[in-house]
Design a protein around this ligand. Structure first.
Ligand SMILES: Nc1ncnc2c1ncn2[C@@H]1O[C@H](COP(=O)(O)OP(=O)(O)OP(=O)(O)O)[C@@H](O)[C@H]1O
Length: 209
């Protein structure tokens, strides 16, 4: 049982009383087809928040997707729908092609985010940080999650490439995806946020500026 009472979104992500150590409690609603941008100082708890939502870090409280609580669902089913994209993605093989299931879709997405075709045939360790970041995004998108929890997905990208990635994310949001995007880039927050919140002293404050 979740131990959480009260209403949750019928379509979208509802975070209820989520906390760990000095971070939280967080209560957030992110409707399907919208983007919440989370900012905050280094060490504020942004990554911990994402990892708790993905059920990767220990926590109190619960999260619901379309009214179905994480605590009542097998972990692998939750994480298939609610995908965490870490700032420093892990790779289980050094061969890029091992990580992509649909080559046509991958080519299409690579073009959209400005990745050269040759990336598919290079070893992962030889790729630039920004290439790996975009590849991890594509790998995540190929799994068609309902929710993406993105930890600074554009931190290694130049301004032009950042806009390409944002355009892809905007399309996904229009198609109904829910995104929580952690960023240190306030201009990105302005461009992407349906809602922009800042974590201050462990709590989330909606930006009203
Ligand atoms: N599993 C954990 N258990 C306890 N404390 C943790 C755990 N993971 C992270 N922390 C601590 O929680 C705080 C928030 O960490 P977090 O990684 O969420 O910060 P952040 O806001 O993402 O920072 P940055 O912008 O530097 O990435 C830090 O003080 C960190 O040391």
């Amino acid at each position: 049982m979740s131990g959480v009472s009260g209403s949750v979104l019928a379509h979208g992500l509802s975070v209820r009383g989520l906390r760990h150590a000095h971070v939280g409690p967080f209560d957030i609603d992110v409707p399907a087809g919208s983007c919440l941008v989370v900012t905050g100082q280094s060490g504020a708890g942004k990554s911990v928040l994402l990892r708790m939502i993905a059920d990767l870090d220990p926590h109190q409280g619960d999260v619901a997707l379309d009214g179905y609580f994480c605590s009542r669902m097998p972990a692998h089913l939750w994480r298939r729908q609610v995908l965490y994209l870490p700032a420093d993605p892990g790779w289980w093989s050094d061969i890029v092609l091992d990580h992509v299931s649909d080559k046509d879709c991958t080519h299409d997405l690579m073009e959209q985010v400005g990745l050269r075709r040759g990336v598919l045939y290079d070893p992962i360790h030889r790729l630039s940080t920004g290439e790996r970041q975009r590849l991890a995004l594509i790998r995540g998108l190929l799994n068609a999650p309902r929710v993406m929890l993105m930890d600074e997905p554009c931190s290694a990208l130049d301004a032009t490439t950042t806009l390409l990635v944002e355009a892809v994310l905007r399309t996904k949001i229009e198609e109904g995806m829910t995104i929580i995007l952690v960023s240190h880039d306030l201009s990105q927050a302005v461009r992407m946020a349906g809602t922009h919140c800042e974590i201050v002293r462990g709590c989330l404050h909606e930006d009203v500026s």
